[in-house]
Design a protein around this ligand. Structure first.
Ligand code: ZN
Length: 397
């Protein structure tokens, strides 16, 4: 972006002209959010014509590719995908998104191996042990760590880097990262581990909450400290009441595990509660699943096209009495699901402990290993054991 309006967009034009001449080639834009920020969010400072024009030019160029230009590939990176202008993500533009997560234990070891090539390692250095001690470190942090360790070795007049240099370097780097609050302390890590296993255990039993594919306590950004990934086994367009109730219980599984194990509740479940409450509210006010309130729509206007999409619409005009009845029904649904989650976790307490301990060690459990652990979950009497799929692609966090 430039001071004078129009310079940025002419640069974009030049860039794509060059790219087409050089084809086949790759255009890579780093920190895309600098120009690709949502146009509506720019209004705070009275709009920014230069940025908007630059972005418009980029959009126009990306639309302008014809079949013979297909050998120009446009790639971009951002740490803030949520602020990007939606127009950038439409088909034909940046239509494929690849999430590059922070590395897990084995990932960190592999990254350390690469950076350690550049330094002379002492006999006693165990990269696996270093990887264990660096949860939450991104690739750049690990590169920095190797660098720090090498500096420490040089300062101590040694020609190779020893394990103790790494130990000291970890402390230095962690201190830096803690300021950015990206490293969980041991207590927090433990809470997150039990929380995620809680989701997974309850989810593995509930009708309609999908097959649990992965649990992770590798932090992803500021919002999610860990996550449980559930995948549907087929496309679903309809869900029944039992499935929705199962999904709500799964959402509450994380918090329920915290209650049982630590006898206290943290702030980590806020998003789970929001989603559980939204679902319960929709069951009552939109899908007519409450016997007391009957098959009436208590919400206004259009519903989103996909289940589980967007927020509930505003309620219709209604009597105070009806509003109270709705609130009672929503509460009843959520509390029943909460009790189901608690009962399930209490019954499977040993398994909860075992999986959480393992998760704390490896940070990620997935695939066959996870399936075989979860196949040991016992159902509380009146629950149906099922792996019915759902539409919940995003999983719970
Ligand atoms: Zn959760």
């Amino acid at each position: 972006m430039e001071l004078f309006v129009g310079v940025g967009s002419s640069r974009v034009r030049d860039l794509f002209e060059q790219a087409k001449k050089q084809a086949p080639c790759i255009v890579f834009i780093d920190e895309l959010d600098a120009i690709g920020k949502s146009r509506s969010s720019g209004g705070f400072y009275g709009g920014n014509d230069e940025r908007e024009q630059t972005l418009n030019q980029l959009l126009a160029e990306m639309d302008g590719f014809s079949a013979e230009d297909a050998t120009v590939i446009v790639l971009a990176a951002t740490n803030r995908p949520e602020v990007l202008d939606p127009a950038l993500l439409r088909p034909g533009r940046f239509d494929r998104q690849v999430l590059v997560d922070r590395p897990d234990l084995s990932g960190r070891e592999a990254i350390l191996k690469i950076h350690a090539r550049k330094v002379k390692l002492g006999e006693d250095v165990k990269l696996a042990a270093i990887a264990t001690r660096t949860p939450g470190f991104a690739g750049a942090d690990l590169a920095n760590l190797v660098n720090e360790a090498a500096l420490l070795a040089a300062r101590n007049q040694r020609s190779d880097v020893a394990q103790e240099d790494f130990a000291e370097a970890i402390e230095r780097v962690v201190a830096g990262l803690e300021k950015k609050s990206r490293v969980l302390n041991d207590k927090e890590k433990k809470i997150v581990a039990y929380h995620e296993v809680g989701h997974a255990l309850v989810g593995s039993l509930m009708t309609g909450s999908g097959r649990v594919e992965k649990i992770s306590i590798v932090p992803r950004g500021m919002a999610a400290l860990g996550y449980t990934l559930q995948l549907p086994t087929e496309d679903r367009f309809l869900m029944d009441e039992a499935e929705l109730r199962g999904q709500i219980a799964t959402l509450l599984g994380g918090r329920s595990a915290e209650e049982i194990v630590f006898n206290s509740i943290t702030t980590g479940a806020a998003n789970d509660l929001q989603r559980a409450t939204d679902l319960a509210e929709r069951m009552v006010t939109t899908y007519g699943m409450s016997k007391i309130l009957g098959p009436l729509a208590y919400q206004q206007g259009q519903q989103p096209m996909f289940l589980g999409d967007g927020m509930p619409n505003p309620r219709r005009m209604m009597s105070e009495e009806t509003a109270q009845a709705i609130d009672r029904e929503v509460k009843e649904i959520v509390e029943t699901a909460h009790q189901q989650a608690l009962d399930t976790l209490k019954l499977n307490r040993d398994l909860l402990e075992a999986i959480a301990t393992q998760l704390l060690e490896t940070e990620v459990i997935e695939g066959e290993k996870l399936h075989s652990l979860l196949s040991q979950v016992q159902a509380v009497n009146n629950l149906t054991v099922s792996n019915r799929p759902n539409l919940n692609l995003s999983g719970v966090s």
